[in-house]
Design a protein around this ligand. Structure first.
Ligand SMILES: NC(=O)c1ccc[n+]([C@@H]2O[C@H](COP(=O)([O-])OP(=O)(O)OC[C@H]3O[C@@H](n4cnc5c(N)ncnc54)[C@H](O)[C@@H]3O)[C@@H](O)[C@H]2O)c1
Length: 245
């Protein structure tokens, strides 16, 4: 049976680790041709080799390096049908301890990064028959949490950026985002490696567990495939019931 991503060509950022990697693995298993972008050269090349994908090393916050990486990806893939922006960074600390450099970096990677990638990919996406953009935001973008003024602001911005893209780029390009809750990845290792902290975080969630990267990959598959043909400008919350109250 043909995979749900057969014939589709996509860029996945942040694909060296966590959700981006799980998304790349699922998309490859469903038949997609992939270009994987990450700043972690060693790991992105490893993942790309395992999946028969092409790897591009770049910092999504650097516009010129993104232009070059996306250009090379489009050439390697022979066109582009979609983008998944999963690259991101988290810094959480009380606002009184927040410095300007931390703020700038959070906005540069988590908000300007997806802008850079979509901007560079736009001509190729516009040439596709039906294209998709999926941005990995966060429940932090829809609910305030202690210590996350910078991170939450970047993710709230990403959600609204996505909605505006849906307006401006429809009907041939759909743009949606996913808001994960706490997912076991490198980003949250500090939390789930400590059994006490992990239990406390799980207890706050209706499903009493933390999420896996594969939970997010399945949502990304839905939003990047024909299954979601009538869905654009939306955010899908995948958080086990963390943010609904
Ligand atoms: N883990 C969670 O609980 C959680 C929850 C909500 C949202 N998110 C978001 O999900 C996305 C994926 O995070 P993850 O949990 O898989 O983290 P992760 O740390 O496992 O993976 C992030 C990947 O992004 C890459 N990356 C970071 N900055 C980059 C840059 N400037 N340029 C290129 N690549 C860069 C890293 O090298 C890494 O491979 C992020 O946007 C994150 O903010 C994570």
């Amino acid at each position: 049976m043909a995979g749900r991503m057969q014939g589709r060509r996509l860029i996945v950022t942040g694909a060296a680790s966590g959700m981006g990697k799980a998304i790349a693995e699922l998309f490859a298993a469903e038949g997609a041709a992939l270009a994987l972008l990450d700043r972690d050269e060693l790991r992105v090349r490893e993942v790309a080799q395992q999946l028969g994908a092409t790897a591009q090393v770049c910092d999504v916050a650097e516009a010129q390096s993104v232009d070059a990486a996306v250009g090379a990806a489009v050439t390697a893939l022979g066109g582009l049908d979609g983008v998944v922006n999963a690259a991101g960074v988290l810094v959480a600390k009380p606002f009184a301890e927040f410095d300007r450099a931390t703020w700038d970096r959070l906005i540069a990677v988590n908000l300007t990064g997806p802008f850079n990638v979509v901007h560079a990919a736009l001509p190729a996406l516009q040439a596709a028959v039906q294209a998709t953009i999926v941005n990995i935001a966060s429940v932090s973008g829809v609910m305030p949490m202690a210590g996350t003024a910078g991170y939450s602001a970047s993710k709230a911005g990403l959600i609204m950026f996505t909605k505006c893209l849906a307006f401006d780029l429809g009907p041939t390009i759909r743009a949606n985002c996913i808001c994960p809750g706490v997912i076991r990845t490198e980003m949250t290792r500090y939390l789930w490696e400590n059994p006490e902290h992990s239990q406390r975080a799980a207890d706050r969630v209706a499903l009493k567990t933390l999420g896996a990267p594969e939970d997010i990959a399945r949502a990304a598959l839905y939003l990047s495939s024909e299954d979601s043909a009538f869905t654009t400008g939306s955010e899908i919350v995948v958080d086990g019931g963390f943010s609904w109250r």
